[in-house]
Design a protein. Sequence first.
Length: 549
Amino acid sequence: MAYLLVCNPDGDNERSYPLNPGRNTIGRAPMNQIVVKDNSLSRRHADLFVEGDRFLLRDLKSLNGTYVNQVKIKQRRVAPGDAIACGMVQFKILDTQEDLDGDDDSGGEQLPIVSHYSPRQSQVLIEDFIDKNQKTGSALRLKEQDQHQRAVNKLKILLEVGKELASPEDPDQLLDKILELLLTIMNVDRAALLLVDERTGKLEQKAVRSRSGLSVKYQFYSTKITNYVRRHGDAVLTDDAAMDRRFEGSQSILVQAIRASMCAPLQPRDQVIGVLYVDNLSCSNAYSEEDLEFLTALANQAAIAIQSSRLMNKMQEEAVWRDKLERFFPSTISRKLREGGDLGIIDTEITALFADITDFTRMSSTMEPRAVIEMLNDYFNVMVEDIVFAYEGTLEKYIGDALLAIWGAPYSRPDDTDRAVQVAIEMQHAVLRLNKDWQDQGRQPIAIHIGLNSGPVAAGNIGSRRLIQYAAIGDTTNVTSRICDAAKAGEILLAESTVKRLNYGDYPLTALPPTKVKGKAEPLNLYRLEWQELPSLHEIKGHSARPRV
């Protein structure tokens, strides 16, 4: 198997990912096969296709590009040893695990190994211990009759059952597999697996199996038996269920003439999550204490597997939820929510960015509503997901065709203002790329105007208990909108407060005459950023042309 190695320039904490046949996606979002939490990566950055010993790398229109041996690529065949870069992250393909471990049998230090033992050599098949035609007084279909060897074989079977059920499965497939293994190991007529419904608190049938010729299209088990086991948490064996006073009056026992049955709780920890039921219709002494003991042990293995499957599904659901959350909030907001449970109001300093599509009302009046929405979705996907979030900005809100993003809340960084300015530059370059793509699709080109302002706000969750929105309230954001209104198509205007906060002092700025804006008595000192003189970091390998902000 080949591996993709994430290279650390210092040589420490390198990570490797196995490359599966077919498509392997690379990015910072959880749904990728290879997830690297680095802001220079797009959410879905690149694909690496594996076909035998051949590898094909394809860029997914990422913000910061994909490179092979320092050459930017859209799609290229790659080989072990090639230097691959996605954004700022360096990768290398390794042929084998030996390459990854750095083992070299031809020289170097020799390990003082006394002997080898491979777990694969100890693997057994359950069928090796099973005699389907055995006629002993036990339901267990064991070949060996010697008590000591019989006990050893039961342990080996249970170990293999644990291995069989250990892999994450679809819940329904897992339940069917449990009953399939049960009918292979034990001589029973019918088997049912019931689980406690979390909403109703009652046992519900989830899977049934029977030996050939027996119908299980109806409820054949006794609810009194299953409820008794669920309530007490003890496994029960009955030689003649109809005569057992504990289950007196149970209609299913009388109607079906169940001669013998066993039922064991599914209890991975303290709580019973279900029961495993088997029965026999012909013989009243079909089961023994040994059978009940084995069924209980098998039920324990099944309970652990079911609980693990549920936890795995819950983790997957939470990963989907986190991914959906990041569609509205960057990772900083998600992290803040996990840390404190809420986002209380704080007084802080921010840099706000307001971006608006020029003359959008007139343009949208000539388009179908669906076409307007599709265009805005494409536009916002690039502006917010690939740019604002890449620079750890907080999307404050969409306002029609406009967006407001802030830096400095809920976390504050020394370079927040530089990040916001770089986002404005990337947005204008991105519009040029979008227009080029849209021209081929027959769409109208657009232009945007952007305003930036810095100052104090009150930031936090605002709204009702059930519906909240993270927002920054104060004159700073209001003035940002007015500065955006003062900008012309294709312009970026910076307030003086923003210019004073910049760490990088080499931006090409043009001072404008004092500008009067709505809501302010005094004119503002504004600066036009000549972004056309600056390259896009999206188009520069390794961000070497400008310092990373």
